[in-house]
Design a protein around this ligand. Structure first.
Ligand SMILES: Cc1ncc(C[n+]2csc(CCOP(=O)(O)OP(=O)(O)O)c2C)c(N)n1
Ligand code: SF4
Length: 350
């Protein structure tokens, strides 16, 4: 059996500004279970890159281990990719970005990959505000190893074999806000209308952009009693706002009643237009975001949409004052400026 996609596409498929159709942003044929939420997220990433007119060779996809971490094979086949070790995607992303910050880094992880073995790496990549999109495909279980409860499984949630989880769940979105992440969003694999603009906004964000996406595992955790099943999430989703991503120079066509919408200007000139739905929630206020997530949780709802943004965030490169150019484009003279320069540095440290 071959997993290469057919290249035939309808000749009338719309093209983006680069002249590519959306299939140029797809990957090889998925080997995940039919109906797995992760496949819908891969499609949303491809769609977002298509709509953002992104050159695929300017993107690096990174992942750990898990069904979720396999997905970079299923989108952006013309991009760079590195499938790393379980839970270690953030350090690979950090190293790659420090060597070349000309690429856009898209990290994909699972709730097992991030909230257990990779937790140490996750919290530190947030602290460092590495400019990347970090997307967790959150199904509350370890899909690849046959469905054991993960650390994001809700207390009281039932798995397929009927056993009840008695541990408190790690709430990745709350944790990210608490640790100082400068863009935090939450969504559902079954809501492409919400997910695509969130991914586009995350890509335009000048720092660490985290998206926690509930992504049901149809094989091991889509049963009654599970709080990560399609039915449960559909019934308990509550959005902070509708999100409209308006790219640079594009006319704003949507209009909302005064007081209902909020425009968040992004550093590159694009605009995030939010039509607020949640009461007492301010996207630019961390405490308000934390309260909104916790209040929703207390009432048994899952808050989705943009939760928090600091559009002025300064990323790791700015903080470390690293070279603007990729290291592999620096000349030997620039990389090794000679003993006088070294003596000067040493003298400055005495
Ligand atoms: C160091 C190490 N420990 C354990 C494993 C076994 N393992 C592979 S994937 C996985 C968990 C996958 O769960 P998750 O990240 O939630 O992804 P999903 O498959 O649910 O998408 C585990 C424990 C491994 N591959 N490497
Ligand atoms: S086991 Fe679950 S997470 Fe893995 S591909 Fe199948 S449905 Fe998706």
């Amino acid at each position: 059996m071959t997993y290469v996609r057919s290249t035939f596409r309808h000749p009338a498929l719309p093209k983006n500004e680069l002249g590519f159709t959306v299939d140029y942003y797809e990957g090889s044929l998925s080997t995940l279970c039919a109906g797995c939420g992760h496949d819908s997220i891969s499609a949303a990433i491809a769609q977002a890159c298509f709509e953002m007119n992104i050159e695929p060779h300017k993107v690096a996809k990174l992942s750990g281990i898990g069904c979720s971490s396999k997905t970079p094979a299923y989108f952006l086949r013309n991009s760079h990719g590195f499938n790393s070790v379980h839970g270690r995607m953030p350090s690979v992303a950090t190293g790659a970005s420090l060597a070349n910050h000309d690429l856009m880094y898209v990290g994909v992880s699972g709730d097992g990959d991030t909230a257990s073995i990779g937790m140490g790496q996750f919290v530190h990549v947030i602290r460092r505000n590495l400019k990347m999109v970090y997307l967790v495909m959150n199904n509350g279980c370890y899909g690849l190893t046959k469905g054991q409860d993960s650390a994001t499984a809700d207390n009281g949630s039932k798995n397929k074999s009927g056993s009840v989880n008695h541990f408190e769940a790690i709430d990745l979105a709350s944790l990210a806000i608490e640790l100082g992440a400068t863009f935090v969003a939450q969504s559902f694999s079954g809501d492409k209308g919400q997910l695509v603009p969130l991914i586009k906004a995350a890509m335009a964000h000048p720092g660490f952009a985290f998206i926690n996406v509930i992504s049901p595992c149809v094989t091991f955790n889509n049963n009654p009693g599970s709080t990560k099943s399609y039915d449960y999430v559909r019934e308990h989703m509550e959005a902070t706002a509708t999100v409209d991503f308006v790219p640079i120079m594009k006319e704003i066509t949507t209009s909302y009643d005064e007081g209902q919408s909020k425009d968040v200007p992004m550093h590159d000139g694009s605009i995030l237009r939010l039509r607020k739905l949640a009461k007492d929630w301010e996207p630019l206020d961390r405490l308000s975001a934390i309260n909104a997530v916790q209040n929703a949780k207390t009432s048994g709802e899952i808050l989705t949409g943009l939760l928090y943004i600091d559009p002025e965030s300064g990323d790791l490169h700015q903080l470390l004052e690293t070279s603007d150019r990729p290291l592999n484009t620096l000349t030997e003279k620039e990389l090794c400026p000679g003993s006088d320069a070294l003596n000067g540095i040493n003298a400055g440290l005495r």
